[in-house]
Write a new protein. Structure first.
Length: 354
């Protein structure tokens, strides 16, 4: 149930948003359902008393979710227990669950402050021990049969330890696996330095938008951008400063292009911008705005020193300058080289072959 629920949850709520209200309530309801299922597989000790592992959902939610989720699940588990009959044992179970939730919160909050390195396994073990102690006291009051208690309490301690720690390990493993999967998926499409699309993602988006433009007969523009004399910047100020300039340039490209344009770092000091449904004159205007903004921007190289850099931009547009969109990258590259040959710090668009 935990595995299936987490897979469904991550389809709708991104990882790391469990402290928001809606996911917290959903997690709590899921924990309540799991607790109800656990009660359906109880050990019948007496006519009124059942024993099970219903403490596990609130414990897991305290460890991996939040207090609100745990409280919601506890309330639902208490309500579900009364469906098995309104008895003294049911009231005792309600008291037990309330004490457990408060105790779990105490273990997490107090021990986290005193022992910052206390991981989920250690916290889970403390919670299980606390749960077992409280359970032993309450079950002794309810049953009051030494023969039954002599076998029940030790057995329950062993089973709860195994079940509780296994569930903590299981959730921890799933969370780490999901985190690494999302991390690798993001890294496979994102430039590690600037956070822009990398060349792999550029190719994927470019192919999609190129075919879309052909099918819908829309215009499509492309910038290929290169920093002028960037090797000199690296040689003079060092690669760490060069990296900071690349990051800053990426932010400028994002802020000076349209919100739906696709900005990528294609490698080294080369960037690109895909402009869907953008005619060539407008693309040239946007490119010139980008160029002027970069030229006027002071890039910090130390706490006191600022430098200015320039960029050259090659612009190609389908179908106005390039009849075959498959040739647009090469055409934009040619325009970029033309801008470099003409003295750099300029935009070249090769409009209508001129």
């Amino acid at each position: 149930m935990i595995f299936i629920y987490l897979q469904i949850r991550w389809r709708f709520v991104p990882l790391g948003q469990h402290f928001q209200l809606y996911p917290a309530v959903v997690d709590g309801v899921a924990g309540g359902v799991l607790g109800y299922v656990l009660m359906s597989f109880s050990i019948q000790v007496t006519a009124e008393t059942i024993v099970d592992l219903r403490f596990i959902p609130p414990m897991l939610l305290i460890l991996f979710g939040g207090v609100m989720s745990a409280v919601v699940s506890a309330v639902l588990i208490i309500a579900g227990r009364f469906e098995f009959g309104f008895t003294t044992s049911a009231v005792a179970a309600m008291v037990l669950m309330a004490i457990l939730v408060i105790g779990f919160i105490w273990v997490q909050q107090v021990h986290r402050k005193k022992y910052p390195d206390l991981n989920q396994y250690k916290q889970g073990l403390l919670m299980i021990i606390f749960s077992n102690v409280v359970f032993s006291v309450i079950i002794t009051y309810l049953v009051q049969d030494a023969t039954i208690l002599a076998s029940l309490i030790p057995t329950y301690w062993v089973i709860s330890m195994i079940g509780g720690l296994t569930s903590v390990f299981f959730v921890e493993y799933i969370l780490k696996t999901q985190y690494l999967l999302l991390k690798y998926e993001k890294e496979s499409t994102t430039d590690f330095l600037t956070g822009l699309n990398n060349v792999r993602q550029f190719d994927a988006i470019w192919n999609e938008l190129m075919h879309q433009a052909m099918d819908k007969k829309e215009r499509l523009s492309l910038f290929i951008i290169d920093i002028d004399h960037f090797k000199h910047v690296n040689d003079t100020y060092g690669h760490p400063i060069g990296d900071k300039i690349l990051v800053e340039l990426g932010k400028i490209l994002k802020s000076t292009t349209r919100s739906f344009d696709v900005v990528s770092r294609n490698g080294g000091e080369e960037f690109s911008v895909i402009l869907p449904d953008c005619p060539h004159p407008q693309a040239l205007d946007i490119a010139e705005r980008v160029r002027q903004t970069v030229e006027a921007h002071p890039f910090p190289v130390s706490s006191k020193e600022r430098i200015n850099i320039t960029i050259s931009i090659g612009v190609a547009t389908y179908p106005e300058t390039v009849g075959d969109p498959n040739q647009m990258v090469d055409s934009a590259d040619e325009c970029l080289y033309e801008a470099k040959r003409a003295g750099r710090n300029r935009v070249c668009g090769n409009y209508e072959g001129k």
